[in-house]
Design a protein around this ligand. Structure first.
Ligand code: IPE
Ligand code: IPE
Ligand code: MG
Length: 265
C-alpha cells in the first residue's frame, strides 16, 4: 500500500516526472483523495449506437478511457482502482459481443503490459476468471507475473464478477474451513468474511463512480461499498474524461462522511 499519500497542497502531478499525456497539466483535485475508487464503466453500447456505430465500437473506445483513467489514478497515487469489466450477468449477451470483449481484454493485457510496468501498477483480477477462455487466461497470468513486484496503485479488474457470487464463494470457503479445518462458527466476524472475499487486503471502496446515466449498483462490490460515496454521470464511458474524474474526486473531497457517527465539532 502506498504510504506517501499526497496532501492537498502537494503537487501530485509531479512536474519532475514528465508525462506525454496532456492531462498531466490538469489541476489537482481539491479535498481529500479517496484511497480506493471503483468504477462501473457503463454506456459503451449506447454511446456507439447513438452514433450509428455497432455496440462493439463503444467497447473499443472504452479501452482508451480505461488507459487514461488508470494513468490518472497512478499519477494521483490512489491505493486502488477497481474497474467493472464484465459482470456475471453479462454472459446473457450475444456471443459475438462476448467474444469481442474477450478479444479486447486479451489485446489490452498484451499492449498495456509495458505501461503497467512503467507506471508501477499492481494488477489483480476479481471474479470467476477461471471461466475465461484459455487464450485470455494465459495473458492474465503473464501480465500478473510481470507486475508481481510493482508497488504502486493496485489496478483491480473485475471480470466475470458478481457481488453475490463473490459472497457465496466466500461463504463456501468458510463453511469448508469449518467442516474440514475446525474453524469455529463463533470466530466468523466481518473481518474474516472480508479476508475471504476476492478483494482481501484492499481498502474499503471510498468512491463509486458510474457512467452512462443509470443509478444502480448492478451486482458490483456489494459488501465493499457499505460506506462508499456514490457519484453518477450521464456521460457514457467512452466520453468520460480526466476532467470528469477530477470532478468526481473533488466532489468526494467535499462530502461529509459520518460512518454512522456524528460530525465532530
Ligand atoms: C458497459 O457498457 C460495458 C459492459 C457491460 C461490458 P454496456 O455494454 O453495458 O453499454 P450500454 O449500457 O448497453 O450502453
Ligand atoms: C454493469 O453494466 C456491468 C459493467 C459495466 C461491466 P450493465 O450494463 O451490465 O448493467 P445493467 O444491466 O444496466 O444493470
Ligand atoms: Mg450497460
Amino acid at each position: 500500500m502506498s504510504t506517501s499519500r499526497p496532501s492537498n497542497s502537494d503537487n501530485i502531478l509531479n512536474p519532475e516526472t514528465p508525462s506525454t499525456s496532456p492531462a498531466a497539466a490538469d489541476p489537482t483535485p481539491e479535498g481529500n483523495l479517496p484511497r480506493h475508487v471503483a468504477i462501473i464503466m457503463d454506456g459503451n453500447g449506447r454511446w456507439a449506437q447513438g452514433r450509428g456505430l455497432p455496440r462493439i465500437e463503444g467497447h473499443r473506445r472504452g479501452v482508451a478511457t480505461v488507459r487514461r483513467t488508470t494513468e490518472m489514478a497512478s499519477r494521483l497515487k490512489l491505493e486502488a482502482l477497481t474497474l467493472y469489466c464484465l459482470s456475471s450477468e453479462n454472459w446473457k449477451r450475444p456471443k459475438t459481443e462476448l467474444d469481442f470483449l474477450m478479444h479486447l481484454l486479451r489485446q489490452y493485457l498484451i499492449e498495456e503490459r509495458r505501461t503497467l510496468l512503467e507506471q508501477n501498477l499492481r494488477l489483480r483480477f476479481i471474479g470467476r476468471v477461471d471461466r475465461l477462455d484459455e487464450k485470455v487466461l494465459r495473458e492474465v497470468e503473464r501480465t500478473q507475473k510481470l507486475c508481481r513486484d510493482n508497488t504502486g496503485t493496485e489496478l483491480v479488474l473485475a471480470v466475470d464478477y458478481g457481488g453475490r457470487d463473490e459472497i457465496a464463494r466466500a461463504t463456501r470457503r468458510l463453511v469448508t474451513k469449518a467442516l474440514e479445518e475446525g474453524l469455529s462458527p463463533d470466530s466468523i466476524d466481518e473481518k474474516l468474511v472480508a479476508e475471504n472475499l476476492d478483494t482481501q487486503g484492499l481498502a474499503e471502496v471510498d468512491l463509486m463512480i458510474r457512467t452512462g446515466g443509470d443509478m444502480r449498483i448492478s451486482n458490483f462490490l456489494l459488501w465493499q461499498v457499505s460506506y462508499a460515496e456514490f457519484w453518477f454521470t450521464q456521460k457514457c464511458w467512452p466520453e468520460f474524461e480526466d476532467e470528469d474524474f477530477q470532478q468526481a474526486l473533488t466532489d468526494f473531497g467535499e462530502r461529509t462522511r459520518r460512518f454512522g457517527g456524528l460530525v465532530p465539532n
